[in-house]
Design a protein around this ligand. Structure first.
Ligand SMILES: [Fe+2]
Length: 196
């Protein structure tokens, strides 16, 4: 056995986020119009402080106008699950099981949360400004943070919300939307992927 005398640091158990841009970019105007014109009731809570259909209507994926988006989400989700090692047979039975939207503006926010009960969760941005961010948290670290955060000590990461951007992640990956700074409407479509 050839043992090195040099110390080494190995990292394990990565958290992954699947990202793809420019999804359904030609249809995005139709999505915004549909969301603005439909009469679906929305509700806010103290922690879900956006106009959300989450508590009122989670069947957005059954509305015909969103069928191309659903197809793209399912195609990319299957690729992501494939990379993780799920079998072709398993991923072919996975699809969007619920879908809703959130409309928000200056001062709105979403508390950190997970999407329990599904295998993947995700978000697609219909409208956003470059100030809009989504933050992901690694909640398993309770140590004193170092003065300089490195790849070995980071416990959060963030993405800019860009129209046409699709993010997929494990449904137990804690995420949140910080309070929105400045005026600018944001429309996000959220969903869960599961075996159907
Ligand atoms: Fe979420």
């Amino acid at each position: 056995m050839n043992l090195s005398l040099e110390p080494r640091i190995e990292t394990w158990f990565p958290k992954s986020i699947y990202i793809i841009d420019q999804v359904c970019i030609n249809e995005i105007g139709d999505y915004e119009n549909e969301i603005k014109q439909n009469k679906i009731e929305t509700k806010r809570t103290k922690t879900l402080n956006v106009d959300s259909t989450h508590l009122k209507f989670r069947n957005l994926h059954t509305i015909k106008i969103f069928s191309k988006l659903v197809k793209e989400i399912e195609k990319n989700s299957r690729m992501f699950l494939n990379y993780m090692g799920y079998s072709e047979n398993y991923v072919n039975h996975c699809g969007v099981v619920d879908m809703w939207y959130n409309i928000s503006n200056s001062g709105d926010f979403l508390f950190p949360h997970t999407h329990p009960g599904s295998i993947l969760a995700g978000v697609y941005y219909v409208k956003a400004t470059e100030n809009n961010k989504i933050i992901f948290y690694d909640n398993h670290n309770n140590y004193e943070p170092p003065e300089n955060i490195t790849n070995l000590s980071m416990t959060t990461c963030e993405y800019t919300c860009v129209p046409g951007r699709l993010l997929l992640f494990r449904s137990d990956f804690v995420h949140a939307t910080p309070k929105q700074d400045g005026i600018g409407e944001k429309i996000a479509i959220s969903f869960n992927i599961n075996k159907m």
